[in-house]
Design a protein around this ligand. Structure first.
Ligand code: 26Y
Length: 822
């Protein structure tokens, strides 16, 4: 049986019966079951296996071609891959969704039950991890050869439960049922070495360095094939799992020190135990550094081994492999490749450095200072003595260059150096060594040059570029929004799934009454679908007749969920004070956000949202007009239901803070209208849809920069002079809020007016409040004019083509990677 022949020259009817036979066979042979008595788990596994077979077979062929032609490959290194569920996405990309649906109908098994059986692979926090997943989809779709390298966290992103209004974290045991998509490749395991010491020894080859008394951790690879749309080149996602060596610490073993032995085992395995939802304390940081080195070293060793097997000589590495590092987490791959080339391959420093600097490229994803991680030097040196020595040497040589260029500017040298003030700054390491450094939107790219890495930009102007992020329309339109997809298909065919710019061809229809009615109808259907889903998922009833105003993203002060809450409090005040105040339409304010478990202010904002929700519900006239709903456990699957149902997309970060945003693109693609600031990729959305079809408010990045530099912002003045602000903000502390003491939100209140250890209102909520309030009034007015609103929504969908990840990947490939498609 040749599964890939399912597609070849066969009638739909034949394909259906063939798929049915394959699934039946899997059930029989793997589980000893039939359609009649298979459990839902077994059914899912059997269906998934039938899909996996097709993908794996294509992989074998693609690899043969790749090897035969000696083609260049991309190595995409990322500590996070937020993949989401794979089953339906794979069916779509293989062009077999219709057939699988038909099979399930034939055997009387609900298709949704299959979908729901799958745990999502949530190996990421948010934007950066989801971007990595979209990249793999696109690289495969464009038939470009890539392996993504990451960590096989045993526990991915925590599950969020809201208990008495507060976030509680529950472990995400995603592999409990065994992951059907992954293949363990134990034979390819590698050793990663920690701790110990380095010694210089003279050998026949001169002075060499040996790393002694180290602790060994095994890195076992698990490969997950990722298939793009109509692709014959699946991407591979290789995830490393940490294990204790089979015979570990013979010494304690011989002594019979069973407990010590098991402790070591636990220590080794803790490395891939859990995805960090953010770093805070030193213990956490230590393990985080171990994780990052583990990923970096396993990957670099694997790369060199494979390259030597195929080409024999490491000197040709830069012609055959290009490496992209997804932010600084995998930065230690740079010194580790140096280490391998020098210690194991016997290259000299200059030759090794030349190879490494031609291979590596770095994408920055954030300008927030706290994310530009710097490691305590002593910790680094103890844990990674050999890598430390190499980083020191890179630093030393880089400083010499700096001294030559700027003999009189010691401040600058200190700012730019890699090791300084007892810290190892991986961001500087990346910028100093990498061939290309890029930001993720045009604005962000400019900020990197003018602020974050200004000194480096002066020294290496040619290194810096900006490549605007993108999203895959396969998952975020075809899979998430079948109803809209069908409507689009009826008007312009299905080419947009491969080439998103095709969506432009919808533009003539945005003035077509029938099209607009259908478009509005689709939105309505999606709102109903979300309501049903939320009823099942969380037991809450939404009103699909109301406007769905959505802010869904990680909880962070700079993203300003609190601004939206203050605005809701403002509306509450208006309703309670004025019997005639009303909104043109009832609005449901939907929030979805996870807070880092140790980020107590973010958690406090989640709590506040629940309390404000109760407050709004407690007042009959307010309740008739607005509702506030917090959707628990925001993840890829929830996003797939939520985004197609949104009318308004809230993208209200402080200008200059959000590197790009990708949620903004997903909402736009699904026909939501943005209410946002001129930040990140919102700027480019604005440029594409035009000012009629987006609601922009507030200070732009320049203005924020200016008032920041002038130190001229005093939030208390805004509080004193704007009664709306005063009334809304006072709710936090004057006993208005039900079920909590007056002290509960003192911190939030004070942070805006006085600032404790930080500047007051660091993210300019009060500064932008009035503009936000006005913009909301405008957008509500616009919504009320239904035909013109639907036109705006449709223009958003029709203009979203630019934000396809395929365009992003083409940009990377043209500017950085130089890969040929297979
Ligand atoms: C080192 C540690 C503290 C750290 C952990 C996670 C540092 C950064 C991150 C994650 C950053 C991130 O997700 N950034 C987001 O990347 C998206 C994709 O480029 C952007 O769209 C989004 O604006 C940005 O916040």
């Amino acid at each position: 049986m040749f599964p890939d022949s399912i597609n070849e020259g066969m009638q739909v009817k034949n394909r259906i019966s063939k798929i049915k036979n394959i699934i039946e066979g899997k059930l029989k042979r793997y589980y000893g079951r039939s359609f009649e008595n298979a459990s839902s788990e077994e059914m899912f596994q059997a269906v998934a296996m039938s899909i996996r077979d097709i993908i794996l077979e294509r992989g074998v062929k693609a690899n043969e071609t790749l090897e035969k032609k000696g083609m260049k490959k991309l190595c995409y290194l990322s500590a996070e891959f937020l993949m989401g569920r794979a089953l339906v996405n794979n069916m779509i990309n293989l062009g077999l969704l219709r057939e699988y649906r038909a099979v399930m109908t034939e055997i009387g098994y609900p298709f949704e039950k299959l979908e729901e059986q799958e745990n999502e692979a949530a190996l990421g926090n948010g934007g950066l991890g989801r971007l990595a997943a979209c990249f793999l989809d696109s690289l495969s779709t464009l038939n470009l050869p890539v392996t993504g390298y990451g960590i096989r966290y045993e526990y991915g992103m925590f599950c969020q439960r809201i208990i008495e209004g507060q976030q509680t974290e529950v472990p995400d045991d995603w592999t409990a049922q065994g992951d059907i998509w992954e293949i363990e490749r134990r034979a390819e395991q590698l050793e990663v070495h920690f701790d110990g010491m380095v010694e210089e020894v003279w050998t026949d080859n001169g002075l060499t360095v040996v790393h002694k008394n180290y602790q060994t951790v095994m890195a076992v690879p698990y490969d997950m094939p990722v298939i793009g749309y109509d692709s014959h080149v699946p991407a591979t996602l290789r995830l490393w799992r940490a294990e204790c060596p089979a015979v570990f610490d013979l010494h304690s073993f011989n002594k019979g020190d069973f407990v010590c032995m098991l402790q070591q085992k636990e220590l080794a395995e803790s490395i891939s135990k859990v995805l960090y939802p953010k770093d805070d304390h030193i213990n956490g940081r230590m393990l985080r550094l171990r994780q990052y080195y583990f990923l970096a070293s396993a990957t670099m060793q694997c790369l060199v081994r494979e390259h030597k097997k195929m080409y024999g000589d490491v000197r040709s590495l830069p012609e055959k492999v290009v490496i992209q590092i997804n932010d600084i987490h995998p930065a230690l791959a740079i010194p580790d490749l140096m280490r391998i080339l020098i210690d194991a391959e016997g290259l000299g420093w200059d030759e090794a450095y030349d190879i490494v600097s031609r291979m590596f490229n770095y994408t920055n994803h954030t300008v927030m200072q706290e994310a530009l991680a710097a490691w305590p030097e002593q910790l680094f040196k103890t844990m990674l003595p050999r890598v430390y020595a190499i980083v020191s040497e890179i630093d030393e040589r880089f400083r010499q260059r700096l001294c030559k260029s700027y003999p009189d500017d010691r401040d600058k040298t200190a700012r730019m150096s890699i090791i300084a003030y007892d810290e190892v700054r991986t961001a500087n390491l990346c910028v100093a060594v990498c061939n290309r450094v890029n930001g993720v939107s045009q604005l962000h790219g400019r900020i990197l040059k003018s602020r974050t890495f200004r000194d480096f930009y002066v020294m290496f102007p040619g290194k810096f570029t900006a490549i605007t992020n993108g999203i895959t329309q396969r998952r975020w339109l075809a899979a998430a929004n079948p109803a809209l997809c069908e409507l689009i298909y009826d008007h312009i065919g299905d080419q947009f799934i491969r080439d998103c710019r095709e969506l432009e061809r919808l533009k003539p229809y945005v003035d077509d009454r029938r099209f607009l009615d259908d478009f509005a109808h689709v939105k309505q259907q999606n709102k109903k679908r979300l309501s049903e889903y939320m009823q099942k998922r969380q037991g809450i009833a939404l009103d699909p007749g109301s406007v769905f105003d959505v802010q869904a993203k990680r909880l962070h002060e700079y993203k300003r969920q609190l601004l939206k809450v203050l605005h809701i409090l403002h509306l509450y005040r208006r309703f309670t004070e004025n019997d005639h105040f009303t909104l043109p339409r009832p609005v449901t304010f939907l929030f979805a956000a996870k807070a880092s478990p140790a980020y107590w202010r973010a958690k406090s904002i989640i709590h506040l949202i629940s309390v404000v929700s109760a407050l709004v519900d407690s007042h009959p006239r307010t309740r008739e007009n607005i509702r506030v709903v917090f959707l628990e456990n925001y993840n890829v699957t929830l996003a797939e239901h939520l985004i197609p149902a949104a009318d308004i997309s809230e993208q209200i970060s402080t200008a200059g803070c959000e590197a790009s945003g990708t949620g903004n693109m997903k909402f736009m693609l699904n026909g939501a209208v943005t209410l946002g600031t001129m930040d990140g990729a919102n700027v480019e959305i604005f440029e594409r849809v035009g000012k009629e079809n987006i609601f922009i408010f507030g200070a732009d990045a320049q203005e924020i920069d200016r008032i920041g530099a002038e130190n001229s912002y005093h939030p208390k003045d805004y509080f004193d002079h704007d009664e709306h602000i005063r009334e809304a903000l006072s709710c936090l502390v004057d006993g208005t809020l039900p079920g909590v003491g007056k002290d509960q939100f003192q911190d939030l209140y004070r942070s805006l007016l006085y600032g404790d250890y930080d500047r007051a209102d660091k993210y300019y909520l009060l500064y932008d409040f009035d503009a936000y309030r006005t913009a909301f009034e405008k957008i509500m007015g616009a919504y009320n004019d239904t035909p013109s609103w639907t036109r705006k929504a449709a223009v958003n969908t029709a203009s979203a083509g630019y934000f396809s990840v395929d365009r992003t990947i083409e940009d990377y490939n043209r500017m950085i990677w130089g890969l040929d498609s297979i």
